[in-house]
Ligand binder design. Structure first.
Ligand SMILES: Cc1cc2nc3c(=O)[nH]c(=O)nc-3n(C[C@H](O)[C@H](O)[C@H](O)COP(=O)(O)OP(=O)(O)OC[C@H]3O[C@@H](n4cnc5c(N)ncnc54)[C@H](O)[C@@H]3O)c2cc1C
Length: 396
């Protein structure tokens, strides 16, 4: 099979590229000028269910708007003593996408552009001068460009490697328990674990149903039982008698572990082979958010494909943000500061929209500096010095 584009891995990043190609082909400025590229999607799994909930923030102009489940213009942050503060997001909105809706949107886009699905694992990729040969079971695909989102080792190993690991319950209460106008971004009133940052996260769909999550930043995952116990405890703590078993049912469970690391991931692994998604370093190290970055990259790569240019994914995060993240991760990991103090302080310091812009790398340098100024100076200086020593190979 000869194609223009082979996408390996039809998950968040691969499907973002498919939707971007379809969207651009329908855009008025390119519609009549370019041919639809031939595309194959190679993945043993055809995702259709709610296996993840993707949140990000934007200015009300999401390229995947039909898949948006809910959006909010303010968020709540709860400190470790239970003090809740609400923050307006200015002209930003916090957006929630349920994966089943995104997968359906991508299926429609794939059908419109005539993308072919090959439901097997890729075993081997051979780069070439003008074609890449992809071996997937018995199928051999020769492609002009390959986008690979299979898990990959970093190009430079980490000085600090944490995980953001979590379990979420999609809960249906038998009473009006939720305020659908305000999600709880971080609730640090949950018991903190030694050497870790733990918080609750609540995304209300309506007054009765929502995703309630227990999230931890630490080096290792917990046992499945520990997440369930923490979630049950959190429901009682937050909703009192309205959160005891019997007052709600758990409709779905979502698990995950996202790397939070200062390791460096390559954006290409051959002349015509590009790494995308988590494997290409799309995950913002200090937050675990990747979805908005994958959309930005997909838009750019799709434009290049349609224009006949080499579609190298744009750098996911600037050097400045990667450095700031390395320092922040080190400060958390080495215990120079505690996340349960740091994150509420960042939000309380000024404008929540600036904190979010800092978190996804869309803020100006000035705005980023104003956010960082709220972090404890001693802890950050110590971490910055440690980071410098590690880079100079004087220690880890
Ligand atoms: C539960 C969960 C919730 C998340 N929530 C958010 C969020 O709210 N906001 C945010 O910004 N980020 C979030 N993330 C982080 C990130 O956005 C997701 O992990 C995202 O799915 C990453 O996209 P990806 O394409 O890199 O990986 P995936 O979506 O995991 O896709 C990789 C694909 O590669 C396929 N594959 C693997 N090996 C092979 C092979 N040999 N051959 C062919 N195919 C193969 C897999 O089957 C899979 O479909 C979340 C992550 C998880 C796990």
């Amino acid at each position: 099979m000869h194609v223009d584009v082979a996408i390996i891995g039809a998950g968040g990043a691969g499907l973002s590229l498919v939707t971007a190609i379809d969207r651009l082909l329908n855009a008025a400025d390119v519609a009549d000028q370019v041919q639809t590229p031939s595309v194959v999607l190679i993945d043993p799994v055809h995702h259709r269910t709610d296996d993840r909930t993707w949140c990000f923030w934007d200015r009300g102009l999401s390229p995947i708007e039909p898949a948006v489940h809910r959006s909010w213009t303010s968020v709540a942050v709860v400190d470790r003593r239970g003090g809740e503060r609400r923050y307006s997001l200015g002209d930003l909105r916090y957006v929630m996408v349920r994966s089943s809706d995104f997968y359906a949107l991508a299926d429609d886009a794939a059908a419109r552009i005539g993308a072919v699905r090959i439901p097997v694992e890729v075993d081997d990729i051979r780069d070439g001068d003008d074609r890449v040969v992809v071996q997937a079971g018995d199928e051999q695909v020769k492609a002009r460009w390959v986008f690979d989102s299979r898990p990959a080792a970093p190009a430079r190993s980490a000085h600090t490697a944490l995980l953001q690991h979590f379990r979420g319950w999609r809960v249906r209460f038998n009473h009006r328990a939720l305020n659908p106008q305000v999600p709880v971004l971080m609730d640090f009133s949950v018991p903190q674990l030694p050497g870790a940052t733990a918080f609750g996260y609540v995304l209300p769909s309506d007054e009765f149903t929502g995703l309630v999550e227990y999230t931890v930043f630490s080096r290792d995952r917990l046992s499945p039982r520990a997440y369930d116990d923490a979630l049950a405890g959190y429901l009682v703590e937050r909703w009192g008698s309205g959160g005891v078993p019997g007052t709600y049912t758990v409709e779905e469970v979502e698990d995950g572990a996202i790397p939070m690391t200062d390791a460096v991931f390559a954006r290409r692994s051959g002349r015509r082979v590009y790494r995308i998604g988590t494997a290409g370093g799309a995950t913002r190290p200090s937050t675990g958010y990747a979805f908005a970055t994958m959309q930005r990259q997909a838009e750019d790569m799709a434009r290049a494909i349609l224009a006949g240019r080499a579609p190298l994914p744009p750098r996911p995060h600037s050097r400045w943000h990667r450095w700031a993240d390395a320092v922040l991760l080190r400060a958390l990991d080495r215990g120079y500061t505690e996340g349960a103090d740091l994150f509420p302080a960042l939000f309380a310091s000024g404008r929540a929209d600036r904190v979010l812009e800092f978190m996804d790398g869309s803020g100006s340098l000035w705005s980023d500096l104003s956010v960082m100024a709220a972090a404890p100076v001693g802890a950050m200086s110590r971490a910055a010095l440690g980071d410098l020593r590690a880079r100079l190979r004087l220690g880890r």
